[in-house]
Design a protein around this ligand. Structure first.
Ligand SMILES: [Fe+2]
Ligand SMILES: [Fe+2]
Length: 216
């Protein structure tokens, strides 16, 4: 017959095994959904209808993801929601010219449907979709959650951090001449800078100053 202490020890070890199993399962599910979304957006970037070319994925979307995760950790936000929202935020604009103008609306709907179809909890799918729906500064929509504020800042940080994607837009997509292109890049980055939350400004200040020095 087991003594009380042994019984307690056994039940504790059963409990910790159960907890380890649950946390392992949650981690596995989280990685699975992130990988599925990664593959979906990667495939969209390779699609010939993507007018921004494949570089939009590594040079913008993955940079937004890096900053979204960094800010989520710093500010205690939901890292998984920030990561999924970052992967999805410009997804619709990769699907073809007709989706670019309202990519935040199309993207929010596509994100929600995809996540729910793949077994992601509805509340969390809605939180991701919300971030996507308000990420554009030009829409002037209020960002009501910390995760949506983080996505908007990460999006703006990516423009400053990876200036090649903005230069590509200026000269490759809009086809500005040398002077006009430099002015356009500076204006775009100044708008990005204004959108940043204070923590994001601290992280990217040096790069922003360097770009201003070299382009003006
Ligand atoms: Fe966008
Ligand atoms: Fe973006």
């Amino acid at each position: 017959m087991l003594h009380t202490a042994e019984r307690n020890a056994n039940s504790w070890s059963t409990l910790s095994l159960y907890e380890t199993f649950i946390s392992g399962t949650i981690e596995f599910m989280s990685k699975r959904i992130v990988n599925l979304v990664y593959e979906l957006v990667d495939a969209a970037a390779k699609n010939p209808k993507n007018i921004f070319q494949y570089s939009a994925f590594p040079n913008h979307i993955l940079v937004v993801r890096k900053f979204a995760k960094l800010l989520a950790n710093k500010l205690g936000a939901d890292e998984e929601i920030c990561e999924l929202a970052a992967l999805f935020h410009d997804y619709a604009s990769l699907l073809g010219k007709e989706y670019v103008e309202k990519h935040q609306e199309h993207g929010a709907k596509l994100a929600k449907d995809f996540l729910i179809t793949h077994g992601y909890p509805e509340e969390k799918a809605k939180a991701v979709a919300y971030c996507v729906s308000v990420h554009r500064g030009s829409t002037r929509l209020e960002k009501k959650t910390l995760e949506s504020k983080i996505l908007a800042s990460a999006d703006a940080m990516a423009h400053i951090d990876n200036i090649t994607s903005v230069i590509h837009l200026a000269y490759g997509i809009h086809q500005y001449d040398t002077e006009e292109g430099a002015k356009w890049v500076l204006k775009k980055l100044a708008r990005s800078w204004d959108k940043l939350m204070p923590e994001a400004k601290k992280l990217i200040q040096k790069k922003y100053n360097a770009i201003q020095l070299s382009l003006s």
